[in-house]
Design a protein around this ligand. Structure first.
Ligand SMILES: [Zn+2]
Length: 412
C-alpha cells in the first residue's frame, strides 16, 4: 500500500483537488448473490491536479496485480472497437509502410483484437498483456503474446533478445499505468532508431468540457491534456510529432511519437494547433482544473433532484448497461435500488451479478418487456444512439430514455 501523495510524473506534492468522488468500490468488481452479505472494500476516488505539471491523477492505493489479474473485459466483443482497430492498421501501413520486415509491438494487447489485422497483412507482431486469461485468448489465435506488465524491465528483456519495435502502440493503457515514468522510459528502450509510437487515451479536455466525471475510476490513474503528455514524453527523450482527435471513449487523442533526435519526422501543424486550443481554454492555469469540482457536485444535485421528483410521482427507473462509468456515477450519487429497480446488460458475464457498492441487480434485457419501466437510464452514454435504437420498443408503453451526462436529459 502506497499512500504518498506525490505527482507520478514530476514528484511535486499533490495539494489541489481536481474532483473528490468519495469512497467507491473497484468499478469492475461485480458481485455474486452470496457476496452481498459480506464486507466490501471501498477506496478513495479522490483525484488531484499537480500544481507544477498539471497532470490530473488518482494517487496509487492498491497494487496493479490485484486490479488486472481477473480483468474480464475482452476487446473482441465490441464490433465498433474491432472496426476502429482495422482502420488503424490500414492507416499505419499506408502512412509508414510497415511490411514483413517490420516489428509491431502492442502494449496491453488484450486478446489480439488489433494485432490480428497486422498479422493478416504479414507484418510480424508481438503482444504484451498482463492479464493471463486474456493473453491466452490471443495465443489461441496465433498472436505471439508475453504475459507481463510493460516497463523498463520488460523493455530491457526484449532489447537483450535484440527485439525492438518499428511500431510500438498502446490503446487505453497509458491512463492505467501506475508508474508512468518507468512505462514511458520503457517505450524509449523498446523503440527502434526510426520507430514510431502511437498511444490512444481519453482527452482530459473532452472529459472536462462534457462533464464526463464518471470516467474517473480506480483503474484510471492519469487523465491527460495534450500539453502535459507532451511534457512527459519530452522528459524521456521522445517527441510527439502528430496528434489525431478521435471520438472513441467520449473523446480521445492518438499521439504519434518518435525519438527526439529523429530528424526524419517533422512536427505537424496539428501539434501546435492543439497546444494553442488547450492554452486558450486554460489548461496552462491551475484555476481551470480546480473549477471542475463544483460542476460535478452540481450535476449530482441535479440528478438526485430529478429522480426524487419523479419517484414522488410514482415513476419507475431501470438502468441499461453495467459499465465501469455507471458504477462511479451510481456510487457517487448514492443511487441504489431505492431509485433504480435493476439494470440490464447483454454480456452473459455480467447477468446474474450485482453492481459493486450499490448492489443493483444486473438482469438480461428482456426483463424490461415484463416490468415496463417509465424511464430507462442509459449508463454508457457513449453508446446512447445504438441503445435507443435497440430498445426503441419501450416507447410502446410510453417509456422514456434518460442520460445523466453531460446534463440530465430526457429523450422522448
Ligand atoms: Zn506533476
Amino acid at each position: 500500500m502506497n499512500n504518498k501523495k506525490q505527482c507520478r510524473f514530476c514528484a511535486n506534492p499533490l495539494q489541489h483537488t481536481f474532483v473528490d468522488l468519495g469512497m467507491s468500490p473497484m468499478a469492475n468488481s461485480y458481485l455474486k448473490a452470496e457476496q452481498l452479505q459480506r464486507m466490501e472494500p471501498f477506496y478513495p476516488l479522490h483525484t488531484y491536479v499537480c500544481g507544477k505539471c498539471y497532470l490530473v491523477q488518482l494517487p496509487e492505493f492498491e497494487s496493479p496485480e490485484h486490479i488486472f489479474s481477473d480483468y474480464a473485459y475482452f476487446s473482441s466483443y465490441s464490433d465498433s472497437w474491432l472496426k476502429h482497430a482495422r482502420d488503424y492498421t490500414d492507416r499505419m501501413i499506408s502512412r509508414f509502410g510497415f511490411d514483413q520486415h517490420s516489428q509491431v509491438i502492442e502494449i496491453a494487447s488484450n486478446d489480439g483484437y488489433l494485432l490480428q489485422y497486422f498479422k493478416e497483412k504479414k507484418v510480424p507482431v508481438l503482444g504484451i498483456e498482463p492479464a493471463a486469461n486474456v493473453a491466452e485468448a490471443a495465443i489461441a489465435k496465433q498472436i505471439p503474446t508475453i504475459v507481463k506488465f510493460f516497463g523498463t524491465g520488460t523493455a530491457g528483456e526484449l532489447a537483450d533478445e535484440g527485439r525492438h519495435a518499428d511500431l510500438l502502440l498502446g490503446n487505453n493503457v497509458l491512463a492505467h499505468v501506475p508508474d508512468l515514468n518507468d512505462f514511458v522510459k520503457g517505450m524509449k528502450i523498446a523503440l527502434k532508431q526510426h520507430g514510431i509510437i502511437t498511444m490512444e487515451f481519453p482527452h482530459l479536455m473532452r472529459l472536462m468540457e462534457e462533464n464526463q466525471f464518471d470516467t474517473i475510476y480506480h483503474e484510471h490513474f492519469s487523465y491527460f491534456s495534450f500539453i502535459t503528455v507532451k511534457e512527459v514524453f519530452a522528459s524521456h527523450g521522445l517527441k510527439i510529432f502528430d496528434v489525431d482527435e478521435l471520438s472513441t471513449h467520449g473523446g480521445s487523442l492518438r499521439i504519434y511519437a518518435c525519438h527526439s533526435d529523429n530528424s526524419s519526422k517533422l512536427i505537424e501543424q496539428s501539434v501546435s494547433a492543439l497546444i494553442k486550443r488547450e492554452n486558450d481554454t486554460g489548461f496552462n492555469k491551475l484555476e481551470h482544473y480546480v473549477s471542475f469540482a463544483e460542476k460535478v457536485k452540481q450535476t449530482k444535485r441535479n440528478i438526485l433532484d430529478f429522480m426524487i421528483r419523479e419517484k414522488e410521482r410514482g415513476k419507475s427507473f431501470v438502468g441499461y448497461g453495467a459499465p465501469a462509468k455507471g458504477n462511479t456515477l451510481l456510487n457517487y450519487c448514492g443511487i441504489r435500488t431505492d431509485f433504480i429497480d435493476y439494470t440490464v446488460d447483454r454480456s452473459p458475464h455480467k447477468q446474474g451479478h450485482f453492481l459493486p457498492g450499490v448492489h443493483i441487480p444486473i438482469c438480461e434485457p428482456d426483463k424490461i418487456k415484463e416490468t415496463r419501466p417509465d424511464y430507462l437510464v442509459i449508463l454508457p452514454w457513449n453508446l446512447k444512439d445504438e441503445i435507443m435504437e435497440q430498445m426503441s420498443y419501450i416507447r410502446e408503453w410510453g417509456g422514456k430514455f434518460i442520460v445523466f451526462i453531460p446534463v440530465v436529459r430526457v429523450i422522448d
